[in-house]
Ligand binder design. Structure first.
Ligand code: CLF
Ligand code: SF4
Length: 500
């Protein structure tokens, strides 16, 4: 299994992932133009490289409970195993426990390349705990990349310490560069032992974020900027954020949709602030992409997430289970090196055969309208997930220009187990809503019932490309649609007719 690495990683292996802290996430094409020294830093980081996220995993350790600001979208909450969003964790760890857990995961899931501290509060508002974890891991597991995500308020004080542990990747959540906009997002900050409210506090936060960004760039540390898109609050402002952070040297911009529900207990949730639609997020990402590399594959992970992005294997590594594991990390490092080398070999072969790049467009002579397709995958860049087992679908756009990844859609699993498989049209109705705008669904297998209902809803299921590389399969289906004359009709009209 170590040569053709990659389907699911390991045997069946848990705020934020950067909320405190989401095309690039560097696409393969974009990465190809980077200097060798930068490519080395991002090739196996699942957040900084879109390509890597199909192959390499990350994990977070929840060692940082406190925060020094308040965001209207945050409520740090514990013991919610079913919720996947920033700020949520099942158990808070001491640095010693975090180190044990990291070694256990890295030994069990050799594709785990990055350890991030991302919450549930702000890592740099908990510097002792955060740096004790980094210090121990830089000594005991030098093959793991270290990553941190912060709101930026304390950042300038800790840049040199971050550089000391060879931390090459820092995420700063920057939702505004204008304090008037920020006053609608941050009610207060805690600064120099005082709570400072409103515009005055936001002004300090913005100054510190920008200073921290500049200091990191000066030291050659890659900076990703995460921004939460809040309709009516900062959505019209984020292009300016993108322009400013790019000018200062940020590597990547991750525009993430606001998650706000009343049951989360956040200010926005309770006040009924809506999150953006898929279309609004994609339009803003496309607009920001004119300024800089944009990440589109962020999964807004929990602060204790484990596994490939979009996958949550945290339950397999609860502390009671970790304490019972015997880990020989020296042996694990050898195995990890072999697995990483095999992945790199496979990726290099794909690049050499140019199959990983966008497949040739169907026709240079005629331009056809773009089509969105949903894909069920378990990793490895392949169509290798059964429809009924998918908890998310990747969305690709095929057009006369080629194939590009545009995002993902979360959904409930259609097949919940032996006796709940096909449990109902309500699950399927939810999946169909999640797939809005998609005209095809590629998966390794799909049952007759969901097939029929998806087809009736205007989403054509397709199981003919099982185990094929995603981009090639998407382009093949696009060509079939052209050959069948399906792209001559208006898709909106077809889907509304199908849904009626
Ligand atoms: Fe974690 Fe963040 Fe590092 Fe990634 S997450 S600390 S950069 S290792 Fe990644 Fe998760 Fe999105 Fe963050 S998918 S929330 S961008
Ligand atoms: Fe929550 Fe603090 Fe992160 Fe804002 S910065 S999302 S308040 S933990």
């Amino acid at each position: 299994m170590e040569s053709k690495v990659l389907g699911r990683i390991g045997p069946g292996v848990a705020k934020s992932g950067c909320a405190a802290a989401g095309s690039c996430g560097g696409t393969d094409e974009q990465l190809a133009h980077l200097p060798e020294e930068i490519r080395k830093k991002v090739y196996n980081h699942p957040c900084y490289s879109e390509q890597a996220h199909h192959y390499f995993a990350r994990m977070h350790v929840a060692v940082a409970p406190a925060c020094n600001i308040q965001c209207h979208y945050c409520n740090r909450k514990y013991d919610c195993a079913n919720e996947s969003r920033p700020g949520v964790v099942s158990e808070l760890l001491t640095p010693e426990q975090a180190v044990k857990k990291t070694l256990a995961v890295a030994a069990t899931i050799p594709q785990m390349a990055v350890l991030g501290v991302a919450g549930p509060g702000d890592p740099l508002a908990n510097p002792e705990r955060t740096f004790a974890t980094f210090r121990a891991l830089s000594e005991r597991a030098p093959d793991i990349k270290l990553c941190v995500s912060t709101n930026g308020l304390a950042l300038p004080d800790w840049v040199d310490e971050l550089a000391k542990y060879n931390i090459d990747h820092v995420t700063i959540t920057i939702n505004c560069v204008d304090p008037e906009v920020g006053a609608g997002i941050y009610p207060w900050i805690f600064w120099n032992n005082r709570r400072i409210k409103g515009v005055k506090g936001v002004k300090i936060l913005i100054e510190r974020q920008q200073k921290g960004l500049e200091m990191l760039v000066e030291r050659g540390i890659l900076v990703k900027v995460n921004s939460v898109m809040i309709p009516g609050v900062n959505d019209g402002h984020l292009r300016e954020v993108s322009r400013v952070v790019k000018q200062k040297g940020a590597f990547l911009h991750n525009v993430m949709p606001l998650i706000a529900k009343a049951e989360h207990g956040t200010f926005y949730g309770v006040m009924g602030q809506r999150g953006p639609t898929h279309g609004e997020v994609q339009a803003l990402q496309d607009a920001c992409a004119g300024n800089m590399n944009v990440m589109r594959h962020c999964r807004q992970c929990r602060a204790d997430a484990v596994g490939l992005l979009g996958e949550d294997r945290g339950a397999e590594f609860a502390m009671d289970k970790v304490e019972a594991m015997e880990i020989d990390y020296a042996a694990a490092m050898k195995r990890r090196a072999r697995v990483h080398a095999a992945i790199n070999e496979e990726l290099a072969a794909k690049r050499a055969g140019a199959v990983y790049m966008s497949p040739a467009p169907p026709s240079a002579a005629k331009q056809y309208r773009p089509v969105l397709m949903a894909v069920a995958t378990a990793g490895g860049g392949l169509i290798n997930r059964h429809f009924g087992h998918a908890r998310e679908f990747l969305v690709y756009e095929a057009s006369s220009q080629g194939v590009r990844f545009v995002g993902h859609r979360k959904a409930d699993r259609y097949c919940g187990g032996d006796d709940t498989c096909g449990d109902g049209e309500s699950t399927l109705a939810g999946i169909i809503r999640a797939l809005e705008g998609c005209e095809a669904l590629l998966c390794s297998r799909i049952g007759y019932e969901p097939w029929e209902l998806l087809e009736q809803a205007g989403v054509q299921p397709n199981g003919e490309h099982a185990m094929e590389p995603i981009e090639e399969a998407v382009m093949a289906v696009y060509r079939e649609m052209i050959d069948l004359g399906k792209l001559d009709a208006d898709p909106g009209a077809m889907q509304s007719k199908a849904r009626a």
